[in-house]
Write a protein that binds this ligand. Sequence first.
Ligand code: CA
Length: 252
Amino acid sequence: MMMPATTRHDADFGQAKPPKSLKGDKPLILIVEDEDAIVTLLDYNLRSAGYDTAIARDGEEAVDLALTLEPNAILLDWMLPLRSGLEVCRHLRRFPETNEVPIIMLTARGEEQDKLRGLDMGADDYLTKPFSPQELLARLRAVLRRAQPARLKEILVFADIQMDQGSHKVTRGEASIVLAPTEFRLLRHFMQYPGRVFSREQLLDSVWGREKDVEPRTVDVHIRRLRKALNAHSESDVIRTIREVGYALDLP
Ligand code: CA
């Protein structure tokens, strides 16, 4: 059976642009689901509730659309062609464009074990089919409320450091700073919460996306690299180490 065409913006890859979510005033929700009846139900209810929607029918398309459209939230079916919802979730948590987008997993499975696996892979919430549209909308509102408003800001500024989230460019004073993806996410997290102290475990959760196999001391390694990149021209060190506690972005 032919599936209806879905929106694709492959040509947009790699270009500096504001996230899609900043363009319209309606929040954009990406629906990832291969069952037509459920797609229709979700699409209708979301649009009626004032959201914009995009639809992906398999796991590959889900990743493509999530990275190009940068939706405000993703409804992600568990059982999908090409890539499972679990794999999609794990994958999206590794990219700065999508590592904080709220994800609600949808599944027919109701077992506690599966729920925990989904949450471990970085899902924010979980709905077991069949669910009522009212329940879905309530959960969606909750994850959107919890999403940090700072992530919608295009340019983050702290002291003489600027981060353009659209183009992924970082500068300190006049100098351009090149960061590896993990250091970029780490700095972005600090810049979203300037002055706040984070433990290694908190940084692992927020920056590494709950990949529990990463050891806390990995954080120290990446902090060292981030410091080196930021202080390449012997500027003052803006990353404060709080002994036995963690790290903060702070003015010396
Ligand atoms: Ca399915």
